[in-house]
Design a protein around this ligand. Sequence first.
Ligand SMILES: Nc1nc2c(ncn2[C@@H]2O[C@H](COP(=O)(O)OP(=O)(O)O)[C@@H](O)[C@H]2O)c(=O)[nH]1
Ligand SMILES: [Mg+2]
Ligand SMILES: [Zn+2]
Length: 316
Amino acid sequence: MAAKPASRRLAATAQAQPTLNTGVVTAAHGRHYIVELADGTSRQCFTRGKKSDVAVGDGVEIQFQGEAEGVIQAIQPRRNLLYRSDEQRSKLFAANLDQLLLVIAGEPPFSSELLGRALVAAHSVDITPIILLNKADLPESTARAKNQLQALTGAEPPLTLEVSAQDADDLRTRLGPLLAGRRSLLLGQSGMGKSTLLNALVPDAGAATQTHSVALDAGRHTTTHTRLYHLPDNGGELIDSPGFQNFGLAHLSAEQVVQGFPAFTAHIANCRFYNCTHRHEPGCGVLAALAEGTVPEAQHKLYERILLENEAAQRY
Ligand SMILES: Nc1nc2c(ncn2[C@@H]2O[C@H](COP(=O)(O)OP(=O)(O)O)[C@@H](O)[C@H]2O)c(=O)[nH]1
Ligand SMILES: [Mg+2]
Ligand SMILES: [Zn+2]
């Protein structure tokens, strides 16, 4: 007869001293998250207060709340974080990435401005970009896209693969080895084919998307939030993200902006002044390379635009 209250007291004590569990954030929508634990189960989690700087890919410490929920108490130190900043507000793309898959296409035409900025964002935090020129089954628009791409990336482009999301077998054969054992983020404007690529590579992604959307109360068919998927057979992790229309880089220091343009690096050694900004200084190695055509004009113009924007932002 006395056993029942005693066991209840024990249970109460165990709940009063909750242990922290670690997991990885696999979806983010507002201040609602899905966190996957080491045993493969997932919990809906939230943060207390106004804190919303948790990104998909973050390692977090959570305190369980009941059977299926949890509170994010801490974010583990990040290897890297990819984000953009538009008018004082940051949008976190994802954390702890091994590579960035930038998806472009000829139809609708991709934006060189947005691709250029995404490349700068990746290089500035040392994340390797790979360009996926999708819809290669459309030869005319693909040829146009290749010319457009070459004007931006010049003589030393990032690894670029022409793919078609419609050919799932070919995709798995060619992309599989690049994705295995790595965490990759699919990034690009809407309409480029990110979700179609994801569905070709992760056959049950459609189902996973629905589960996530329902769990996050985000509506069934929205693609408004970032999600991490596991490729089959431990083939790596793939993160799908919503499209974007701006890619502000106001959070980058002038040094980071320079680091965002690897085509400049070799020429900076030739600059006469140690604090050369590569815009108007005499004896600038980057401007000399620009005049020779070694540094693409489109890149230098983008560099100047980003610096001007960041200088203007700092004045307010
Ligand atoms: N022809 C062709 N169409 C594609 C390909 N990949 C995607 N699409 C189409 O492009 C449109 C946008 O694709 P979606 O995956 O939603 O783009 P997202 O906004 O980047 O996720 C859809 O109508 C797709 O069917 C491709 O490789 N070839
Ligand atoms: Mg999509
Ligand atoms: Zn210079």
